[in-house]
Design a protein. Sequence first.
Length: 263
Amino acid sequence: MARIVVGRYIPGDSILHRTHPAVKLVSLMVFVPSIFWVGAVWLQIATLLFILFGIGLSGISPIYFFRVFRFLWFFFTLIWVFQMLQAEGYILMRIGPFRLTDLSVTRSIVLCMKILNGFLSSVIFSATVSPIQLSDSIESLLRLWKVKPETAQDFSMVFNLSLKFFPILFDEADRLIKAQKSKGASLDYGGVPSRLKAAQRVVLPLLFNTIKRADDLSIALEARGYTSGEKRVKYRRQRVGLKDWCFLTVVIGFSALMISFSG
């Protein structure tokens, strides 16, 4: 699990950690679409500087966020290849069927920066919002949208349990792969049929363990008297304060400013 970047919560006491999770969720829903709306290179650079400022406010080591590049190199390469195949404009370089033009360079840089900025924004959000806070914020937003309180609570609980299942599945799959390799199984070599056959030794036990864990969880919920559709109260209530409104205003204002400049 240490290698997984997106979706990991890092405990802390920074300004972003103390901001209301529902406010951060709404800010993310506004900020990320504005990133993909903006098409100028200098606006994407300005957005990246704004995100770097947010990384500083999070109090988390920048090295953690720079690990994102390992996941994005493949997408960046695909973007450059497709842009060079559909090249338009003045040709700067020709390599076989690929043509590097001024327009392809500009488009590739813009697309890569859009993906990078959107990905970094999601990483900042996931690193400063715990799964419980995220489910509570989703429940709060659903209630604002006139969804029944019982339905909102059930949906947020299922969402929270789903998030907690992901780390368990990753750890379980990692243990199964290591167990198969220790027995001499080859999972990374051979043709497609041999790899599919070897993958069955991991997929089938993983599926069986997942169903068993889900069944144990349902039994545990029933044993604790949990029933769907009942009204519940919260042990802790986090209220939206002045700093939360200021945070939301800054994010929405910056997003609107970038969109207005892209015009």
